[in-house]
Design a binder for this molecule. Structure first.
Ligand code: RRO
Length: 309
């Protein structure tokens, strides 16, 4: 009932983790691989291992989360070695996230992936909000155009990009014009809403240590922004570019809304962090229940079919 076609593969359901959550170590990725999730993605990698920002750097909130992890990861070789081994045991492709600190670092990592026997799908994260001194790359439309031109001159494997949220229709238009020039497999909207501030009123203090308490916001707070981004790109991108909807998925109803907006796969970050891998059972069950109530037996019967007034 929840089978999903994505990047010319059939997944048992559209749910997966959002990169960064429950995918830093082999143990965590193995748990995802065994879970009810339809697919999983690795933590965004850099060439060298990184410790990330000082702790505390993640806080779960009533309505979501705030984080300033700062790209802690074990380095690309750790994740690539794992993916090359794991792909032989799986019948669906692995999603592999990279987030270089510069265009050259991204090119170097993509060259490595291209030359390797990796058969999965690569996600280029152009939207990390948490590395001090490094702006979110995809807020610079010309720089995004330039890196994609360099990438598609040599990279022949499936590639998606992870985008930050946009808040202006002119920005959706401008970004879609850039993206439509390239043979992207997908876009993933949205990364966390960058540089929010959560305050503990009793202590009159911020709740995370890095960047004076500023961090990326996820969860219920961001769902309307996430849905707007999925819908805005669904109505602007070439139909060959699929969409992963990420942001504020805590229930089957939220998943249904992302699918109505046009998403093909769905990523869960904040709620996976709160609930652990059993979240994928619950979301699959709840999404099936809503579909049954509405008389749908396949996602394609309603995906993208949001009505206007
Ligand atoms: O590691 C992080 O701080 C982080 C990354 Br790379 C990202 O893309 N999004 C996010 O919310 N945190």
């Amino acid at each position: 009932m929840l089978e999903t076609n994505f990047a010319n593969n059939l997944f048992k359901n559209p749910f997966m983790n959002a990169s960064g959550v429950h995918c830093m170590t082999v143990e965590e990725m193995d748990q995802l691989a065994k879970s009810e999730a339809g697919a999983f993605i690795t933590k965004s990698a850099t060439i060298a291992q990184r410790k990330g920002n000082p702790k505390p750097r993640y806080r779960s909130l009533d309505l979501g989360s705030i984080n300033s992890m700062g790209l802690p990861n074990e380095g690309i070789d750790y994740y690539l070695d794992y993916a090359l081994q794991k792909q032989e045991e799986q019948d669906v492709p692995i999603f592999f996230s990279i987030a270089g600190m510069s265009p050259d670092e991204n090119i170097q990592m993509l060259e490595k992936i291209e030359k390797s026997s990796f058969k999965g799908i690569t996600e280029l994260n152009l939207s990390c909000p948490n590395v001090p001194g490094k702006p979110q790359a995809a807020y610079d439309f010309e720089a995004t155009d330039a890196i994609l031109a360099r990438i598609f001159a040599f990279f022949k494997k499936p590639l998606g990009i992870k985008l930050p949220p946009y808040f202006d229709l002119a920005h959706f238009d401008a970004m879609a014009d850039v993206l439509n020039k390239y043979p992207l497999t997908y876009i993933n909207s949205i990364n966390s809403v960058g540089n929010g501030l959560f305050i503990d009123t009793d202590k009159e203090q911020v709740v995370i240590k890095p960047k004076n308490g500023f961090g990326g916001i996820g969860g219920e707070y961001v769902k309307p922004t996430a849905l707007a981004n999925v819908r805005a790109f669904y109505t602007r991108l070439n139909p060959s570019i699929q969409i992963i909807g990420t942001g504020g998925i805590t229930s089957g109803r939220d998943a249904f809304e992302h699918l109505l907006c046009g998403a093909s796969m769905l990523q869960v970050g904040t709620q996976l962090q709160k609930e652990g891998v059993p979240v994928f059972d619950r979301l699959s069950r709840e999404l099936k229940e809503i579909m049954t109530e509405k008389g749908y037996d396949h996602i394609e019967q309603f995906r993208g079919k949001l009505k206007e007034m």
